[in-house]
Design a protein around this ligand. Sequence first.
Ligand SMILES: O=C(O)CCC(=O)C(=O)O
Ligand SMILES: [Fe+2]
Length: 444
Amino acid sequence: MIPYKDEEIVQLRNNNTELKQIPKIEEKQTYHDFFLNYLLPNYPCILSSDFTKHWQSRKEWCLSDGSPNFEFLQVRFGNACVPVANCKEEKYGSHPKSEMTIHNFMSYWEKYKQRGYHEDMDCLYLKDFHFNREFPDYKAYETPEYFTSDWMNEYWDKRNEICDDYRFVYMGPKGSWTPFHADVFRSFSWSANVCGKKKWIFFPPGEEECLKDVHGQLVFDVNSEDLNNPKKYPKFTELKHRIEVTQLPGEIIFVPSGWHHQVFNLEDTISINHNWLNGCNVDISWNYLKQGLTEVEQEIQDVKDAKMVDGDWYQHCQMMLKADKGINFPEFFDFMRTIVLPRIEILKQQTKSIDRVENEHETSHMDTRLSTKGDITQTFTTPHWLNKDCIQFDINRVKYILEDMLKNEEFANYNEEVNGQHIKQIEELIGTINQSIECCDVDM
Ligand SMILES: O=C(O)CCC(=O)C(=O)O
Ligand SMILES: [Fe+2]
């Protein structure tokens, strides 16, 4: 039986501060084992280069000596315009970004390399390049099976009004780096080195408190001398856990939810990276959003006190939350609904077909439309992990979040302020879930 109750899952996560070294996985394991060993306990690991050896990008984007194939990248993808960070500068707690064509970036990179990464040149890092969106016909890689239960990209792919996703390519010269952070929405990430090596520095959840300054701002660089100044970083001496690992060419790292990290390219490096979340970490994201709302409210309390908002305080807070974290409560509810409805449909279909064809294994590989009723834009061949157990797990996890939403006073206040249907819709959705549980005779 897969654990799905919040308490059970939180319990599983508890021993991750005992981690001294990031395990490397050489052998393929089943989805179920990976789920129980890493996704649910929120435990980092590295998959061996065997997992990527068949990728087109590993064959075409690198030369035989393991360095990037500048010419191929320039000719094939040169016209794309990409965000580029300047790693030698800091602005508002991050590296300032500008835009460049891949063509110009490759010319720069080749020159920087030829000049031995000379300090009088900029160190530029091409990041957050939505490669798949830009080049949908070029199959650079295949998402490893363990990372395919991806609610975030499933949701954003379905929202026709917004063109966004969380699938990226990173390309950076030796010495480029990503400052200290935790990922968007406190999602998981996986990152595969197409070529090159990265050094990762990890801190288990909670340890980041020791890396905040007196104003609560995270340190920019965890190797900064400033940390030794107790007037600036009073909790630094309490830091207990710091885990470093080198990720080699072809290897894939799994970055758990809410683990802060900093990353250095030890060589010229190209990587592919997704952010995602699913039933294993959705509670972490939801809690993060609730915490975000509390912070927004504290920040603008003076506006409320000065009675500068009139009858739209809760809307204002939700608007600020969206600006700050990229999503707010009503949208998170829409996210949950978009994920759960097609799963309820699949469960019904699977139950029907089990009734029809007992003892035949057709259900695990059947072609299913993973979409809400009437929407047939997304057709998937159901991956084999999306079996009855996984569907039940997903539905249960959404139910947990919805029940917590119902208990949330802020959401109720917002709903009242906009004369909204949210609370009613949450109740209805929980009703639909309960019905499907009953009618499909689900073990919950
Ligand atoms: O590779 C990098 O520079 C950063 C990647 C990262 O932060 C992530 O995958 O979460
Ligand atoms: Fe990250």
